[in-house]
Ligand binder design. Sequence first.
Ligand code: GLA
Length: 364
Amino acid sequence: MRFSLATAALLAGPALAAPPAPRHDDKDVGLNALAQRAGKLWFGTAADIPGTDETTDAAYLKILENPANFGEITPANAMKFMYTEPEQNVFNYTGGDYVLNLAERHGQRVRCHNLVWASQLSDFVNNGNWTKESLTAVMRNHIFHVVQHFGRRCYSWDVVNEALNGDGTFSSSIWYDTIGEDYFYLAFQYAQEALAEIHANDVKLYYNDYGIENPGTKADAVHNLVKELRKRDIRIDGIGLESHFEVGFTPSLQDQLSTKQGYIALGLDVAITELDVRFTQAPYYDAAGEKQQAQDYYTSVSSCIEAGPKCIGITVWDFDDKYSWVPYTFAGQGGADIYNATLQAKPAYYAIADALQGKACSVC
Ligand code: GLA
């Protein structure tokens, strides 16, 4: 027998006092504990800490810092180029170290994110007058410094982020436009070499992107990139499937599963790295919408469970609507996360708990 979410909230005590219980028979068990029981390395979340009031938001931190809830934290911004190398050859690791310290205090792991991407670059990169050689040297210098600073504290690095267009061609970026497609392979080569120099070969190297969670041209292109890396004898360990979806338009279980199995068949790990399911228009919190959203989360998490241990874990792109990136990027859209803006768990939370336990969805 189940009881309603309202009853669950009452039983959980005063508002915000404790992370919500996923099920009445599992009151003290959070999503990470359930994920680990299911053989995953973690259920994790992005956290944007420095520069936002997440740093001081006690109610938020109480949920974030509980390893029963989250076994992994991805710094949403702090390790990106514009923060780690704001001026050429001037490195700043404050934000990244902050997240690592916080995670390590609570026994949580960190997916380090990211080294080479078109966005959130420093002005000196965007505005430089580069040749192929000089920009390649900038990329190499950045990768070596950042990778070697954080070292084995990173479980993995997203070495290249979002390199492809929807049709599978390389997307325009200062990297691609100046260096050509070699930038992609060189980035992995430099990350591998930087780790080897500090005897940290166990730090995993990932390619991370969206639109590669279901079969199609873009997923095929990822297969080709992996094959090309292999041909060049360069290591890649995993594919990060961002999984930013829209309510009602999440790829089907079968599509998500077969795509994961495709990458796994190449000998790779896969991870769901940025999961959220946004409403493209208000209302964000009506019962029918939340039920569909719960189903969408359930489908994605189930695909990772069904893919087996090579789908290593699931990370949501922050866990509450207060700190979601969605309203800032897509005007009028929101409600994408598993807790609302006052940290009450939504049906999606309970759907994930069911998926992690291999149960039918009780709230979908
Ligand atoms: C992409 C990036 C993330 C983040 C989100 C939006 O998915 O990989 O780092 O910037 O966009 O916040």
